[in-house]
Design a protein around this ligand. Structure first.
Ligand code: ADP
Ligand code: MG
Length: 306
């Protein structure tokens, strides 16, 4: 059974005039059907305004569908009395860590969630310790969150969600406000949660490098799923991604350009190592010397005469 499932999900924001009368609708999610299996690592990408956050908010019952259905662990999220049951199963991490941290001390902050769920004190401490260890922040347990870096704060937010023992964690651009090292810390922590703790991960991001480890990728455009597949399948479709105004990892782009110059490389190269290995064993364009192939092609393309 899927842990998160949407069927023909439509969500419309109502536009109101100054008097509060509805003057139009803005369809932010337009007929999305998807299923996330337990233990999977899913990535959702798409340019600004494509409906990613609106979709994510349905996965923890912050929003209810205008039409269609969303189930979390089999629970229909439109049942009002089930809102907390849904939120306990699917935790949510947002972009700005400063808006999510409320405790004076790291361990206190992480304990708030289970405390609100009525978890007994001894169990709370156990969960706080486990969650902080899972994101590599245990040594900061008695620090003030204000003093932490962005990446550390975001890992504390993730620990706070983990302490509620969710089966699934939805992260809405958790690295958007972080510097490159903070981004790496957070992504490393998220990947470990998925591989070691078996937490299902739904990661929304616009950094394509963060997508390459996902089991499955959804590309959103104008509220719809425009493309889906494994990272390799998605990144094989460079032109389509560019049409959707999305970046492609640099190494994938380089491989794509080499392919276009006639070098036979496999589709959807994702890492530098893969490219190096592929280049060592690939066939070079017919009739060109190994070293002269690309250059000769380039000269032909730009009409360079000797
Ligand atoms: P993304 O997260 O991909 O940037 P969003 O889900 O935030 O996309 O937005 C999808 C569309 O819904 C956009 O056109 C956006 O302007 C609109 N939208 C988002 N939030 C609101 C809101 N609270 N009220 C009205 N329109 C909204
Ligand atoms: Mg968003």
């Amino acid at each position: 059974m899927s842990i998160v499932k949407t069927k023909n999900l439509i969500y419309e924001y109502l536009r109101r005039d100054e008097d509060g009368n509805v003057e139009g609708v803005n369809r932010a999610v337009d007929d999305v059907s998807l299923g996330v299996r337990r233990g999977e690592f899913i990535a959702i990408v798409g340019h600004n305004g494509s409906g990613k956050s609106t979709l994510a908010k349905h996965m923890n019952a912050i929003l209810q569908p205008t039409r269609g259905t969303v189930w979390v662990d089999g629970i229909d999220t439109s049942q009002e009395e089930q809102v907390w049951a849904v939120r306990q199963r699917a935790g949510m991490v947002f972009q700005n860590p400063d808006n999510q941290i409320i405790g004076q001390l790291v361990e206190e902050d992480v304990g708030f969630g289970p405390e609100n769920l009525g978890v007994p004190t001894e169990e709370i401490w156990k969960r706080v310790e486990e969650s902080l260890r899972a994101v590599g922040m245990y040594q900061y347990r008695s620090h003030s969150p204000n003093r932490l870096s962005g990446g550390q704060k975001q890992r504390v937010s993730i620990a706070g969600v983990l302490a509620m023992r969710p089966q699934c964690i939805v992260l809405d651009e958790p690295t958007a406000m972080l510097d490159p090292s903070g981004r790496k810390e957070v992504i490393r922590a998220v990947r470990e949660l998925n591989s070691r703790e078996k937490v299902t991960v739904i990661l929304i991001t616009h950094y394509m490098e963060e997508v390459i480890h996902a089991d499955h990728v959804y590309v959103m455009d104008r509220g719809r799923v425009a493309m889906e597949g494994t990272p390799r399948e998605i990144f094989s479709r460079v032109e389509e991604l560019q049409k959707l105004r999305l970046d492609v990892p640099q190494v994938t782009l380089l491989a794509h350009e080499l392919q276009q110059r006639g070098i036979l490389l496999p589709q959807g190269i994702l890492t530098t190592e893969e490219l190096v290995t592929a280049l060592k064993s690939c066939e070079w364009p017919h009739g060109k010397s190994e070293t002269g192939g690309v250059q000769a092609d380039e000269e032909a393309q730009y009409g360079i005469d000797h």
